[in-house]
Design a protein around this ligand. Structure first.
Ligand code: TYD
Ligand code: MG
Length: 452
């Protein structure tokens, strides 16, 4: 085994130096030198011992997935945990990452799946125990290791040969081979790469918990995301009890799936019908509210979009959007003014997706437009109607994908009418019991829901 050596590599030009420098002498950028190890250590060998194999001779194994027995988690993983997969769970501190993983481990092992090594670098064993008792979890199959040294963690993994490994969190884990502090880019990258090799070699699914920094990236500028197999983000603000688990990357399944949970006094509960949750407190006669059917991954969700239009008291009108892209909302406001003939120049406009959800798909254009128009005109949109459609710059309503799935979800929730793009209506394959109105432009859309 050859010795490993530490070098500092510039992240922008690749220049390497034997000592740390604030400024890269080659490209001149500041603070880009990151500590790395070179050479090969015992756990840096090849994963495969067979060498190259012709593609035609590779035999597909059966999909070796283990269900977590948490349906919403299975959904985002693409149907369960794959042997040797490394799953990164990112999220703000306090969102419930440790809780989710602990619950998942207890369910996984409950079905007779060996042991789990839960490495807690953030909390002491007794803190972990407190959480477990709150969740009603008491398992002799969960081995708790309060440790931050990667070398010790890997040695313990080899000794105990668990069925699952949890690293809580990657920011507290450090390798003794690097001098930099835990949580730095070099450490995060080195530790996750070695955990990855370890997971692949022994086929142990590994869950890595990572904190998200204020600017939204997982600390250690995205390096982690490239290394691991699956990246899940756990979202939700503290003011709301529900949490959304979102797939950002998945080598074993589709991305953009979501799982919905509610944080309760006794842990996370699955929400199998999120549409009902998002509409729970909807008032039926308020103006400025539009229900829509949005597709998250493969899953339709009914959500409420609210708008508030009020006269600007002084200065420049304010435009604030939460849950939808602000630029898109500005564009739609311009369409409403120029094509729809509404006077919005001296009004403040606030748009919000109820429940803290974030949506980024063009099908929400029409509900945004209609909620703004409804608030301005002070005419409520009937509560049994939901709408979806993309709006073009000349006010035309364009077709969206998966219209049938959106309509089915609305019907299931109890809506009676839907206002949809005319081009979608003419192409529908399925009959629906909903009363459908196809609209071609924003005038027709406003006419269909906002006429007194
Ligand atoms: P935690 O899993 O520690 O978050 P993270 O690991 O992402 O930092 O959960 C943090 C919050 O969840 C904490 O504020 C308390 C709350 N909580 C509940 O509301 N119910 C529960 O059953 C548990 C265990 C935690
Ligand atoms: Mg935690």
């Amino acid at each position: 085994m050859s010795r490993t050596k530490t070098v500092y590599t510039c992240q922008s030009c690749g220049y390497t130096s034997l000592k740390w420098l604030g400024k890269c002498p080659d490209c001149g950028s500041w603070n880009t030198l990151v500590e790395e190890t070179t050479g090969k250590g015992s756990d840096r060998g090849p994963i495969s011992a067979t060498g190259p194999v012709p593609l035609s001779e590779i035999i597909l194994g059966t999909d070796n997935r283990t269900s977590t027995h948490i349906g919403e988690l299975d959904r985002v993983l693409g149907g369960g945990v794959v042997a040797g997969a490394v799953v990164l769970i990112g999220g703000d501190p306090g969102v419930g990452k440790s809780t989710l993983i602990l619950q998942a481990m207890s369910r996984l092992l409950g079905s007779g799946g060996g042991k789990c090594l839960y490495v807690s670098g953030e909390e002491s064993a007794s803190q972990l125990k407190l959480r477990a008792s709150r969740l009603g979890i008491d398992s002799e199959d969960i081995l708790v290791l309060s440790e931050t040294s990667l070398e010790v963690i890997l040695a313990e993994t080899e000794r105990t040969r668990p069925a699952f490994v949890v690293i809580d969190s990657i920011q507290t884990t450090y390798s003794e081979e690097l001098q930099s502090a835990p949580g730095t880019v070099g450490q995060v990258r080195e530790c996750s790469a070695r955990l990855m090799l370890h997971a692949k070699r022994y086929g142990i699914p590994t869950f890595i918990i990572g904190h998200v920094t204020k600017d939204g990236s997982i600390a250690g500028p995205r390096v982690l995301e490239h290394i691991v197999d699956t990246v899940l983000y756990f979202e939700g603000d503290r003011a709301h009890s529900f949490r959304v688990l979102r797939t950002v990357k998945n080598r074993f399944g589709s991305t953009n799936e979501i799982g919905v949970f509610e944080m309760t006094d006794s842990g996370l509960m699955e929400i199998t019908n999120p549409s009902e949750l998002f509409l729970r407190e909807r008032s039926s006669d308020a103006s400025g509210s539009a229900a829509t059917s949005t597709i998250e991954g493969t899953r339709p969700l009914i959500v409420e979009i609210q708008a508030l239009v009020s006269p600007t008291t002084f200065g420049v009108p304010r435009r604030t959007s939460i849950g939808v892209d602000g630029q898109r909302v500005n564009l739609l406001i311009a369409v409403l003014e120029k094509i729809g003939g509404l006077h919005l120049g001296l009004t403040d406009i606030y748009v919000n997706v109820v429940g803290g959800l974030r949506i980024a798909e063009p099908a929400t254009d029409l509900p945004i437009i209609l909620s703004i128009a409804s608030s301005l005109k002070e005419i409520p949109i009937p509560s049994d109607v939901f709408v979806f459609g993309e709006v073009g710059l000349s006010g035309e309503i364009r077709a969206v994908t998966q219209a049938e799935a959106r309509l089915n979800e609305g019907e299931k929730i109890g809506f009676k009418r839907a206002v949809i793009p005319a081009s979608n209506l003419s192409r529908l394959n399925q009959r629906s019991d909903l009363q459908l109105t196809g609209v071609r432009d924003i005038h027709e859309a406003m006419e269909s829901v906002l006429s007194r």
